[in-house]
Design a protein. Sequence first.
Length: 139
Amino acid sequence: MASYAGTLMPFLTHPYFLVGVGGAFGSILRYGVGRLVALNLPGANSLLGTASVNVLGSFVLGSLMAVFGGSNRAHPGILLLGVGVCGGFTTFSTLAMELVDLMHGKQYWGAVGYGLGTLVSGMVGFFAGAWVVQRWIMG
């Protein structure tokens, strides 16, 4: 049994495996948040769900970078949780599609506000996550 575990461990800690498992889990979370927003806020559109996951994902990623050290991006925790889960959870492609939809609807100022608002909110979320960890968790 020990030899089997010894041969399995390199596979389970391989960067592609960590990112893949994390990405799958993050995508499931993303879908779940979208459904929760739709069910609990019937008047809300997809913009709220997309903005929510992007800001929350940025906060979590900032927290993770503070915990694992921002310079060690090859750390298994960053690969699994940061690149994988946060990467699968957040969604730049949906943001881009929604911006195009707003522009096609001739809501140019709405597109600019939503795009810039999401970018700034994501950055604030990232820095807030790092600050919370550094200030309240790591002391």
